[in-house]
Design a protein around this ligand. Structure first.
Ligand code: FES
Length: 157
């Protein structure tokens, strides 16, 4: 459900540009920040505000890997698997996460706490391998750090 405050901000974004559609990307970020994903209800709302078809909204959401169409866990691990990270062990990192969490990339744990995703280059290649945990980058990450981190996060949840 989109709050009244977010709806108001989205309307303001659409009005801020000569072409209403130019405000779509920041609007998608706003909605995902609030709801965790872009729901079918949000797609309908956005199509009305930006005067675009639902298919056009859906195309935009699915083109960019940072937008989700399904609810995600409280902790979202995104493992970069591009060249620099791959050469520095990202496959092992992904395998460790997958084993500890008991899920495959693209899945969320049944308790709704953890989501695991593969992602494209996070633009921090010099710090490979890189994992993004929610908004934070984990740089030069090791499998041991991942194990310790998950143990800590499980205590929090
Ligand atoms: S290749 Fe992983 S951050 Fe660029």
């Amino acid at each position: 459900m989109i709050s009244a405050a977010t709806k108001e901000k989205v309307e303001a974004l659409a009005s801020a540009f000569p072409q209403r559609r130019s405000g779509l990307m920041p609007a998608l970020h706003l909605i995902q920040q609030e709801s965790g994903y872009i729901s079918p209800e949000a797609t309908v709302f956005l199509s009305q505000v930006f005067e675009l078809s639902r298919a056009q909204i859906h195309e935009t959401i699915t083109f960019y890997h940072m937008f989700r169409t399904r609810p995600a866990g409280r902790f979202i691990f995104q493992v970069c698997t591009n060249v620099s990270c791959m050469l520095r062990g990202s496959e092992e990192i992904m395998q460790t996460l997958s084993e500890i969490l008991g899920i495959q990339p693209g899945e969320t744990t049944p308790d709704g706490q953890f989501t695991l995703q593969e992602t494209e280059c996070l633009a921090a290649c010099g710090a490979a391998p890189v994992v993004q945990l929610n908004e934070e980058y984990l740089e030069h990450v090791t499998c041991r750090q991942i194990r310790e981190l998950i143990a800590e996060l499980r205590k929090e949840s």
